[in-house]
Design a protein around this ligand. Sequence first.
Ligand code: ADP
Ligand code: MG
Length: 242
Amino acid sequence: MTTPPRLEIRNLTRHFDGRAVVDDVSLSIQPGQVTCLLGPSGCGKSTTLRMIAGVEMQDSGQIWVDGTLVCDTVFRVPAERRRIGLMFQDFALFPHLTVADNVAFGLTGSAAENRARVETMLDRVNLRRFIDAWPHELSGGEQQRVALARALAPDPRIMLMDEPFSGLDNRLRDEIRDTTLAILKETGTAVLLVTHEPEEAMRMADDIALMRQGRIVQQGAPYNIYNAPRDKEAVAFFSDIN
Ligand code: ADP
Ligand code: MG
């Protein structure tokens, strides 16, 4: 018996003002796999992610998680029951909550269960010593790791990341990309990472879906796409990587 993909989207389409901003997008992601939706600003990446997260409704198409339909045009599992974690660039920590309370935010267990889970998650990102600290006492990189711990605390099956490293300075970014990737790989979460930076996709993805004007125009392993871009536009898009 073959196991179904962790996440599968089929023929997802969304119009705004009569224009298809997401146009017949299909892809699937296995557990532990990082797929990168890569394309220029405005091509429909965030809208795709928002439909998967359940905060935006598609006009047509389906979303499946572990072989179960979670959303089509008539049926819809609410966002909070999809076991999908989210990380965005501006998805900052709550400044008025301690690190522990930030990480516990999405948990539904007893106080003792939640505390144990928070400790486990902070160990995983190597920040247990900051459990009672306030966000402003942490560096940018540490805050990002707490945000990762918070996103992973409810044990999501899928992690959606929308340009999560864009706000970080260059020196920090490589390090945080690497730690984030290592932690996600350890948990076996399926990851859909959105970025407009080819270099980030090359560094993090197992699989790249190149998006343009709402459509996936090429898909494959990073080096296959990098070595054989399908057309002049794709060549130009990759040309700023050295
Ligand atoms: P990306 O994340 O790739 O930069 P988006 O998914 O944010 O692209 O946006 C794709 C297109 O859809 C853009 O042209 C954007 O202006 C448009 N768009 C997104 N959300 C809305 C909305 N709520 N109403 C109208 N147009 C929208
Ligand atoms: Mg976007």
